[in-house]
Design a binder for this molecule. Sequence first.
Ligand SMILES: Cc1cc2nc3c(=O)[nH]c(=O)nc-3n(C[C@H](O)[C@H](O)[C@H](O)COP(=O)(O)OP(=O)(O)OC[C@H]3O[C@@H](n4cnc5c(N)ncnc54)[C@H](O)[C@@H]3O)c2cc1C
Length: 460
Amino acid sequence: MVYDVIIVGTGPAGIFTCLTLLEKRPSLRVLLLEKGRSIKERKCPVASGETACVACPECNILSGWGGAGAYSDGKLTLSRHTGGHLARYISDSRLDSLISRVDDTYLRFGAPLDRLYGTPSTELRALQELAARNRLTLVSSPVRHIGTDICFEVLTRMYEHLRSRATVRFGSSVDRILAADRRAAGIECEDGTRITADVVVLAPGREGARWLDLEASRLGLTRLTNAVDVGVRVELHAAVLEHLTRVTYEPKLLYRSERFDDQVRTFCVNPHGQVVKEYLKELWTVNGHSFAKSKTENTNFALLVSTTFTEPFDEPIQYGRHIAQLANFLGKGVIVQRLGDLHKGRRSTPDRMGRGAVRPTLRDATPGDLSFVLPFRHMANITEMLEALDRIAPGVNAPDTLLYGVEVKFYSRLLKLSQCLETEVANLFAVGDGAGVSRGLVQASATGIVAAEEILSRLP
Ligand SMILES: Cc1cc2nc3c(=O)[nH]c(=O)nc-3n(C[C@H](O)[C@H](O)[C@H](O)COP(=O)(O)OP(=O)(O)OC[C@H]3O[C@@H](n4cnc5c(N)ncnc54)[C@H](O)[C@@H]3O)c2cc1C
């Protein structure tokens, strides 16, 4: 079989590449290769509450149709200021227009029209002023909340739409990128199958970032160091943040620490949500999501400290992995600690946890002591930010607040890309989180459109 375009990875970036290509040119022969499963077969025993994680060979939370988007909270952040760096490649006006096209497409496939938060209002302005008076910045960005359950349905509809128009192969892990004379020539799968195509689009997400980095190195592509975000997931009673989440759904708050002058930020706020474990190749980290139809009594969010290392160190992903490994080593998995215990310099125990007012939504975290895991710099930044947050949302810095560790956001090494997201190998494009360009659903989807439009413009 001969294909015009091969897309590696069926997360939002790969899906939007395919949607755009076929919308404009239905006759194109497009092959989508995905190492995970089809969306209907993606079943995570942890998410469905059946068992603890059984460490599937390909994590169903991160891999399969929809990529990391399938079990995501489905928050579409409709702002060019968050969720990625696409603004470095295209103009602000084009990015704004792509963001609204992406939103329209999610709506067309069933995203809810009415769940839009954080649009400019007097209430939002008042919250921004309150934040500013307490050394915090509340970034204004409209968010459409799809919810994990409906997000799954939206992505299923996208699959139903594309399956008869393109060839989709699941369980196909791409091993090598083929190039000849610095032009893309196709791919080779792990089982040795070689497939040729004139154009290859790499959309492997964070899940495939290590693979992409190794392949980029083998092909001699220039790679630039990216940041690594390390921190904790905070869980508290939903009422504590209700005045913020009601208006913005996902309050994006920034804080510059006094002690280290580092930026700390809230990330992925899940009102009435659930804390979940995430398995990243022999590593347990923590994350969170919330459903549109079922609610818990808690809200969770990450507090992350972003670090960009300078020469000679250029292994930020390994740095993040080592910290997560330390938590896994000490806690035999994810560690949870009551903030009151952290302040008193003692570990949390099942007994102390049981007496706390906040009931953990992640059941199989080990009560322990995060001060043995996080570097002092990170811990000091996080505790400072909790104090600042407490001034605008009293109760954040309370003894019963739970901290889960660790949450790590590895951003793929940035590949050197042109303005249309082409690598230094002609007709080899890299899009989405895997290329280090995006960090969220909207910008990941938008990168797919950018690459697809360039490919279309090159076709006869
Ligand atoms: C729990 C969770 C919650 C999230 N919540 C939100 C949210 O509410 N809002 C938001 O904006 N973002 C959220 N995100 C982030 C968002 O999901 C990602 O930014 C987005 O999915 C990135 O899209 P992508 O297509 O670049 O990569 P991915 O979605 O990661 O997809 C990449 C796909 O490529 C496949 N792949 C990788 N390597 C290979 C290979 N070698 N061969 C074949 N296939 C391969 C993977 O299996 C995967 O299916 C969340 C992420 C997680 C994990």
